[in-house]
Design a protein around this ligand. Structure first.
Ligand code: DX5
Ligand code: ZN
Length: 218
């Protein structure tokens, strides 16, 4: 399968998000990655339902919503109503992960589970069959523009092995510090989706930045 690119609007121009979404519509990007932070699970705040709902009116690509919030089970329906297509929760934020995953799917969304850099992949052993996506954090969540953590390649490989061993259909997404220097190795390690914020929105040629991540040569 050709890998997908999911630009993170965390690094977009917040004063003109309609324009940013329309840029992504006409670009080669596949999904739109939306980072929701609660100032509790992570030391930063972003945005919630009203803004996502407004953005959805202009978007022509799936909304890949990454929840960095505690007790995400409180808001699953609201995120569905706001327009989430893929909803990813953190392993570290859920006491009853199995139930949360089932609820996300029952609402008609794809269910993702994210692992912080310190969380071992084997903890997904008993949930991998139920989920559509594993999100490997390659920085500590909370901020855009941080340096990529090298151990992430190994975690992607371990996730790939777990998926193959268990014949799961889950896709592997990687998020944090992704750029043209590490993208090929990430795909080679087993990543299916590359999230990138700063590399795309910080570039003076965003279309080219997306293409650089998309058309990788090995
Ligand atoms: C970090 C977020 C990321 C962030 C990635 O907590 O989950 O999605 O936007 O940004 P870059 O690509 O700049 O590291
Ligand atoms: Zn993210």
């Amino acid at each position: 399968m050709q890998h997908l690119i999911a630009p993170s609007i965390l690094s977009a121009d917040f004063t003109n998000l309609e324009k940013e979404i329309k840029f992504l519509n006409q670009s080669e990007a596949d999904w739109i990655h939306i980072d929701v932070m609660d100032g509790h699970f992570v030391p930063n705040l972003t945005f919630g339902f009203p803004i996502i709902k407004q953005l959805k009116k202009h978007a022509e690509k799936p909304f890949d919503v990454h929840l960095m919030i505690t007790q995400p089970e409180r808001y699953l329906k609201e995120f569905k109503n706001a327009g989430a297509d893929i909803l990813t929760v953190h392993y570290e934020a859920c006491s009853h992960l199995h139930r949360v995953v089932q609820e996300i799917k029952a609402l008609g969304m794809k269910a993702g589970v994210s692992l912080n850099p310190h969380t071992p992949v084997h903890l997904l052993e008993n949930i991998i069959h139920d989920i559509d996506l594993v999100l490997i954090m390659s920085v500590n969540p909370g901020f855009g523009g941080q340096a990529f953590i090298e151990n992430s390649y190994k975690k992607i490989q371990q996730t790939k092995e777990l998926i193959q061993k268990t014949k799961s259909n889950a896709m592997i997404e990687v998020d944090g510090g992704v750029d043209a220097s590490n993208a090929a190795k990430l795909i080679d390690s087993g990543a299916d989706i590359l999230v990138a914020g700063n590399f795309i929105f910080g570039s003076n040629n965003r279309d080219q930045a997306i293409m650089q991540l998309k058309q990788l040569k090995f």
